[in-house]
Design a protein around this ligand. Structure first.
Ligand code: 5GP
Ligand code: ZN
Length: 115
């Protein structure tokens, strides 16, 4: 777990975040610069830099990450009205924090295609 990784620091409570859910493997917290009325980040606690580093051995973790989404969406009042899940990988997609994270966005009409 790199000491300098921002999201690893949030996992260790080294920097504050508005945490909304936690399991032994996952952490969900509010994005500091929300792009929609609801903007959550859902991360594996274990440091994985990008989606490219995800391995077959991470199948259960990846599955739990995705399966956590509907309950978070329900709790945020988004399940029926709609929401978007985004995972940016590397520079051209706009990844700025190199610890795998899923964005859960909703609470307004979202344009398509994304920019
Ligand atoms: P990316 O661009 O890598 O897909 O997304 C990184 C996200 O992390 C951005 O939406 C950004 O606003 C968010 N972020 C960056 N620093 C912090 C922080 O210190 N706390 C929280 N809660 N979110 C952060
Ligand atoms: Zn990390």
């Amino acid at each position: 777990m790199p000491a300098e990784c921002l999201f690893c620091k949030i996992v260790r409570r080294g920097i504050p975040a508005q945490i909304v859910d936690e399991t032994d493997e996952l952490l969900a917290f509010r994005d500091i610069n929300p792009q929609a009325p609801v903007h959550l980040l859902l991360i594996p606690k274990r440091h994985i830099a990008t989606l490219n580093e995800l391995k077959p051995a991470d199948a259960a973790l990846a599955s739990r990450l995705l399966l956590a989404v509907p309950e978070l969406a329900r709790r945020e009042g988004l399940a029926e009205r709609g929401y978007r899940v985004v995972m940016n990988c590397n520079a051209e997609a706009g990844q700025t924090v190199f610890h795998v994270h899923l964005h859960l966005l909703g609470g307004r009409a979202l344009g398509w295609p994304p920019g």
